[in-house]
Write a protein of this length. Structure first.
Length: 308
């Protein structure tokens, strides 16, 4: 039996396994030592976020519920690197771990799945929309306070099935996940002006032990720097806000011809108030731009804006 040179830990959902397969394939192309059969093993790990299906994650501890057990396996050397959806990541890694690479980012927009309807404004009065994301709920209610939002958890196919069987009139999913699962034509993409994406949405990151020079060297060979820069700005904003799953926060950075553009917002959970800001500047200033945007939003929101 071939002993794997690299063990990649991941959640066991179809999307997580697909994303980890993309990482495996990229490494096999870029690193000759990892190109042989059996050189890379994918290790599925069940996380707290996967176990909890009966309530929003904001009620169960917020950020990190999809990464905690995977990071523990990494620290205990049961795996050599971890593949995550960046939007699941807290703003700081545990001591001894570091985000070491990103795949090229997919389209970060959300998708409305509502049968023949392709716009939020086209939903019928009082329509039931299933989502577990506070950001999506707040932005939906800000635009359509008549909507009834219900908690809908589970993987992509589960949520699509609940829409199809009439449990909800509509649901919202990330376009990036749908594309990676081979479902690019499901639903209608929502303009960012109506629903700004979650911080890190559409980005896949790979985490490794900070002292593992060999693995981090392998990962450097596939790192997509433009994605890293964009996420750096978004996460700096999130860190300045002390952001978690308990407060609706959105942020998305784009990079065009060397110019970085960051948009961010905070919202009350009921959608009654949305505060927005944006920054534009050089790539080298990504973290500073994000931090400054976050500080502005925190100042404008005031001490009573954020959930405990």
């Amino acid at each position: 039996m071939t002993v794997p040179l690299l063990r990649l830990g991941t959640r066991g959902s179809p999307l997580a396994l697909t994303q980890t397969g993309l990482v495996r394939d990229a490494l096999a192309r870029a690193v000759p030592a990892l190109a042989g059969p059996g050189a890379i093993e994918i290790v599925p790990i069940r996380t707290t976020g996967d176990v909890i299906q009966d309530r929003p994650l904001s009620e169960a501890g917020g950020k990190g519920l999809f990464v905690k057990e995977i990071e523990e396996a990494l620290l205990q050397r049961r795996i050599d690197a971890a593949v995550h959806s960046m939007k699941d990541m807290p703003t700081a890694q545990p001591p001894g771990l570091a985000i070491s690479a990103f795949l090229p980012r997919e389209d970060a927009r959300d998708v409305l799945i509502a049968g023949d309807l392709d716009r939020i404004d086209a939903l019928p009065q009082g329509a039931v929309v299933g989502t577990s994301a506070l950001r999506r709920k707040a932005l939906l209610l800000h635009r359509r306070p008549d909507l009834r939002i219900v908690t809908l958890r589970g993987n992509v196919d589960t949520r699509l099935a609940r829409r199809a069987d009439g449990t909800v009139h509509a649901t919202i999913l990330a376009l990036a996940g749908l594309r990676r699962l081979g479902k690019p034509n499901v639903g209608a993409a929502i303009p960012e002006s109506e629903m700004l994406p979650a911080v890190g949405q559409g980005a896949v990151c790979i985490e490794a032990r900070a002292d593992d020079a060999q693995v981090r060297g392998w990962l450097a060979a596939i790192n997509h720097e433009a994605t890293a820069v964009r996420v750096r700005a978004e996460h700096a904003m999130l860190a300045a806000l002390d952001g978690s799953c308990r407060t609706p926060i959105a942020g998305h950075a784009t990079l065009t011809d060397g110019l970085l553009h960051l948009r961010g917002l905070i919202a009350r959970p009921d959608g009654s108030t949305v505060i927005e800001t944006e920054r534009q500047g050089a790539v080298a200033d990504a973290a500073a731009m994000g931090h400054d945007a976050g500080e502005e939003l925190k100042r404008r929101g005031g001490p009573g804006f954020f959930a405990d």
